[in-house]
Design a protein around this ligand. Sequence first.
Ligand SMILES: CC(=O)SCCNC(=O)CCNC(=O)[C@H](O)C(C)(C)COP(=O)(O)OP(=O)(O)OC[C@H]1O[C@@H](n2cnc3c(N)ncnc32)[C@H](O)[C@@H]1OP(=O)(O)O
Ligand SMILES: CC(C)C(=O)C(=O)O
Ligand SMILES: [Mg+2]
Length: 534
Amino acid sequence: MSQPTTETGSTPAPQGDASATDASEARMIRIFDTTLRDGEQSPGASMNLAEKLEVAQLLEAMGVDIIEAGFPIASPGDFEAVQKIASAIHHSTICGLARCADKDIDAAWEAVKGARQSRIHVFLATSAIHREFKLRMSTDEIVERAVAGVKRAKGYCDDVEFSPEDACRTEHDFLCRVVEAAIDAGATTVNIPDTVGYATPTEIYERFTMLRNRVPNIDKAVLSTHCHDDLGMAVANSLSAVAAGAGQIECTINGIGERAGNAALEEVVMAMKTRQDYFHCTTRIDSTRLVPASRLVSKTTGIQVQRNKAIVGRNAFAHESGIHQDGMLKERSTYEIMSPEDVGFAKTDLVLGKHSGRAALADRAKMLGFTLTAEQLNTVFTEFKTLADKKKEIYDGDIVALVQHQISGSVDAQWTLVNYVVTSGKGRGPVVELTLRNGDEESTEKIEQGDGPIDAAFWAVEKITGVEVVCKDYRVRSATLGRDAIGEVNLEVEHKGRSYRGVGVSTDTVESTILAMLNAVNRIIADSPKPAQA
Ligand SMILES: CC(=O)SCCNC(=O)CCNC(=O)[C@H](O)C(C)(C)COP(=O)(O)OP(=O)(O)OC[C@H]1O[C@@H](n2cnc3c(N)ncnc32)[C@H](O)[C@@H]1OP(=O)(O)O
Ligand SMILES: CC(C)C(=O)C(=O)O
Ligand SMILES: [Mg+2]
């Protein structure tokens, strides 16, 4: 991150309660979570009282410094939720949002006053667009209303935050004027929101540095950042603000929030933790709670977390590529910069799929209790790749089925499956066209008989191989979970008074049946007396 010089040509030291006196010490950055306020403003994310309480309790357990529990004037439900959270939470500060309007500030105080530590957060837009079109106020009126709002809040509690909404599109001179006036009126935290997610990291750095250079009383308040993700820069912008001296980050679990959302708490926290060498900052967050918090918020709001979401997405610690898996098995740090346990995942996930290699397959088979010889591994690997081309993901049950098939199929294969086509339907008899190979020869038969496609497959195998059997037992079992599950067919057949077993696995039950049948037929052939050599 670039460190531009300021308008006065120097870069001031970081300030607020998060300042470290020694540059080698990590600054403590306050985490202000607004999942229950800005996060709840995501369309469709409304939470009921019990849900909000559950989220607040998890945020507290995680070590969040300030919980913005709601906007009390918004509705009786919001008021009640903030009030209940205020009395249920003991360690985090509980904050309520208010416009610069007496009734909002009074309601916010009524809602948060029962908390052990309360904060009132007043806001008023300062940018020209908002002044002219939304508020229809002059610059003087804005300063007057902001000061009056902060003073009214200050009459209730010491901890008052002021936000000049749309600060990042506000003229520098006017922003400095409002911030200075708000601090003089008693604001202890000044938040500089990028309300519409418009700023870039360098601009944020410059704006925070500018404020710290030009606002004379800036050291009397903690500077805070509140970034939206409209251009996908919320996390980068928040970190840039911290690099420029901000002492508080406003963020939400999973980055939910107005429109494209806010900076994701889990991302800013893990960025500062993983790159402490770069940011020289720390937080009070217990990072092992990040995944549980993400799951709770996702479940509660119904907003799904994308698989490739940083830190908490299902793929964040999953590796499918053979080369990466091989590297991971040799040394985890080859492809992981954080440990999954550190953010609350149980473990790294080496996902077996079409991009996986022998190292990961052998490792998984071993974990499942099978130590394969090099030859067995090669055979299972070939079948595994064929299966992986058909299925998106290979589960442990698939591996067990493949390995068992390899072990039970160690009989010399005389007959192998080349292809089959099956048609059947309601009120129509089944038709199976089957092609098998024996050595260099291929034989094809079309069978139009049987009680269904499975029965027809039996007839077709018998017809081509010339081996007739009586089926004594036929069982299909799902070896794995899901719609693309593997079906394992286990057969017991009788031939000339003797019983033979056959097993076949595939995502297609007809194919499993043909494979099981061929497995049994090959056993029968292997068991039959060989013709005398000439
Ligand atoms: C950037 C942010 O995230 S800001 C927070 C946004 N969150 C929300 O708006 C969710 C909760 N909001 C609500 O429930 C409602 O909007 C309420 C209850 C707050 C207000 O409802 P209403 O009184 O019907 O007003 P409405 O929402 O239509 O318009 C907002 C009014 O507040 C004014 N206003 C907006 N911001 C501020 C402010 N910071 N200080 C004072 N007045 C403000 C607007 O100019 C408008 O006033 P007008 O009616 O005189 O033109
Ligand atoms: C209320 C303020 C802080 C806000 O959410 C924003 O400006 O985005
Ligand atoms: Mg916001």
